[in-house]
Design a protein around this ligand. Structure first.
Ligand code: COI
Length: 356
């Protein structure tokens, strides 16, 4: 990490001298912003390619009030994690998949995007530079948040003249306040998350503010999050605000296909592969909401959420309950394998892990 070794950090010490761990109460981390030491920044103009980025001390950024991202929502975000192994190594999980997804989203939102190599290299730099903020094994992970935004000024509705790719990181524990307790979901019928031809299939920032109201409504009624139905028929399962959904019946696992309105989760994709390796029959298909009544198990997947069991889903005042929690459940088996690979307990035979 040459930039860091030659440059003193904000705290006046070289990276070689910094403590192994930052001063964090590792037993009590949730999913919140903890300012770390460094962020990564790379800029380019419209019609150009990103070239060189750099690590800067973590802090506020300056942006034009007329920036495309502020006025017209020209922005994407990603999420990936670094885990610390028992013996202190840092492991990244499939950051190339986030790079590919960001490139797809950038194409949809008329933005230049970093190459896969640039993206992965930047993620490696940010994880190394903030290593002391990565929780000890078993206590959580370093959540890495890449952003791509139209940062240049624009008034007419058109692509921004300048773009910023930025990555920051924060140590995190469980996403939901429920911890590892099963989620209580509620089928949202008033608000839609996405519609065909829209941006639901990419990680556009514009997919997230509009669901806040549905989440707030659900939380005020004691639910963890909201399950959306397709906006055309109001019949088929789509996804949860923060994660994808899977339904288990015997040896069959089903999840909605990502045909433009559903986010193509990296955890979703990985869990499908792990489940097939375990001998499950996995289908990507339209799942009518009425089918939930017959499900043995339901679980959610996402980078932030991990693999989380769903204890109940309420639809039209009917509460459906599912098997949860025991070590032999499908959800537990898939969770253990995924986390095992991510944390280096299970050998990675798939080329998913990048060790730093
Ligand atoms: C993630 O799982 O990384 C996400 O981006 C979801 C977000 C709502 C935290």
């Amino acid at each position: 990490l040459p930039q860091l070794i030659s440059q003193p950090s904000e705290y006046g010490r070289n990276v070689d001298e910094v403590d192994e761990y930052a001063d964090v109460d590792w037993e009590n981390i949730g999913f919140g912003v903890v300012p770390t030491d460094y962020m990564y920044v790379m800029k380019c103009s419209k019609n150009e390619n990103f070239e060189r980025g750099q690590l800067n001390p973590y802090g506020n950024i300056e942006i034009s009030p007329a920036a495309g991202v502020l006025n017209y929502g020209q922005g994407l975000y990603e999420g990936t994690k670094a885990h610390r192994t028992e013996d202190g190594r840092l492991l990244l999980f499939r950051p190339d998949q986030n790079a590919i997804r960001m490139r797809k989203g950038a194409e949809r939102l008329c933005m230049p995007a970093p190459s896969i190599n640039q993206f992965v290299d930047a993620v490696k730099q940010i994880a190394r530079a903030n290593k002391r903020w990565t929780p000890p094994a078993g206590k959580g992970s370093l959540y890495i948040r890449p952003l791509l935004m139209g940062s240049g000024p624009i008034l007419g509705l058109a692509p921004s003249p300048e773009y910023t790719f930025l990555i920051f990181a924060s140590p995190v524990g469980n996403y939901f306040k429920e911890g590892i307790a099963p989620l209580k979901l509620y089928v949202e019928e008033e608000y839609d998350r996405a519609s065909p031809g829209g941006a639901g299939g990419i990680k556009s920032i514009t997919n997230y503010a509009p669901v806040l109201k549905a989440i707030a409504k659900a939380k005020s009624r004691g639910f963890s999050d909201v399950l959306y139905l397709d906006s055309v028929n109001k019949k088929y399962l789509e996804e949860v605000s923060s994660c994808n959904i899977f339904v288990v019946k015997g040896n069959f696992i089903s999840t909605p296909p990502t045909a433009g309105t559903i986010l193509s989760g990296v955890t979703r994709k990985s869990v499908i592969e792990i489940a097939r390796d375990h001998g499950y029959q996995v289908e990507e298909r339209a799942i009518p909401v009425d089918e939930l009544i017959e499900a043995d198990e339901v679980f959610c997947t996402g980078t932030a959420v991990g693999v989380a069991p769903v204890g109940s889903i309420t639809y039209k005042n009917q509460r459906m309950e599912f098997r949860i929690g025991d070590d032999q459940s499908t959800c537990s088996r898939l969770y253990s394998t995924l986390v095992g690979i991510q944390t280096g307990i299970i050998e990675d035979k798939k080329g998913w892990i990048i060790e730093l």
